[in-house]
Design a protein around this ligand. Sequence first.
Ligand code: GDP
Ligand code: MG
Length: 232
Amino acid sequence: MFVVLIGPAAASKTTLARRLAKNDILINLDAATPSHADVDIRKWVRAEDIQKKYGLGINGALLKSMEIIAEMEEWIPEDAERIKFVDTPGQLEVFLYHDMGRRVVEKLAARDAVSSLFLVDATEMMEVENYLAMLAQNAMINLKLGVPSVTVINKVDAVDRERITRYFDMENLLKMLKGGDALVSLASGLVDYVEYTSIYQRPIMVSAKTGEGMDDLYSAIYEVHCSCGDLS
Ligand SMILES: Nc1nc2c(ncn2[C@@H]2O[C@H](COP(=O)(O)OP(=O)(O)O)[C@@H](O)[C@H]2O)c(=O)[nH]1
Ligand SMILES: [Mg+2]
């Protein structure tokens, strides 16, 4: 199974992927960041080389790198036994607005089952509006990629967890919203959508730093794995 970690810059994708892949395989698809992953895309594609070759800025070079990666097969390991965790760059537009994220996922899906972890930083979730914006992005990525997804709230060591768990109760969540009726119906629609499309209905709270919540996350990954197996 491939597990693709997706999330904004600094959401802790690399730290979590390293911890998760301790006994499995780690693939780095971030062409701008040197890595000790088992498979490092920088062996073939380096953002700084792409920048020079095509005269691009760093963001353009990362997008171009993903375009090239989506056409390649060399980096995809054959290992049916172990889980292959795929670390990705923080440019969410790769998955939200362009096609290359989906093409990468399709390439993986041709070889093995694919799921994704949508990662967010707990320290960015202190306001309920941010939590809703996170659900909206998660829903868009689900829609575009079409693979089962688990939402992961990372860095819980750095926040008051209670504040975040209050969002998980729909009644509480709606009470916290200061907007008018339109925002309330958007919020309940989003929660319904995510509940309907996620294997795990509640986000999993973890700390890649301390290891808290890792057992829950592994259980979620295995559960998704089993349901993928049922589908194939
Ligand atoms: N407090 C806290 N900081 C973390 C955690 N995981 C990562 N970080 C820090 O967050 C920053 C970004 O982490 P990184 O894994 O590089 O994020 P990425 O850009 O999503 O790959 C680094 O400074 C990490 O040390 C965590 O669980 N708790
Ligand atoms: Mg990273």
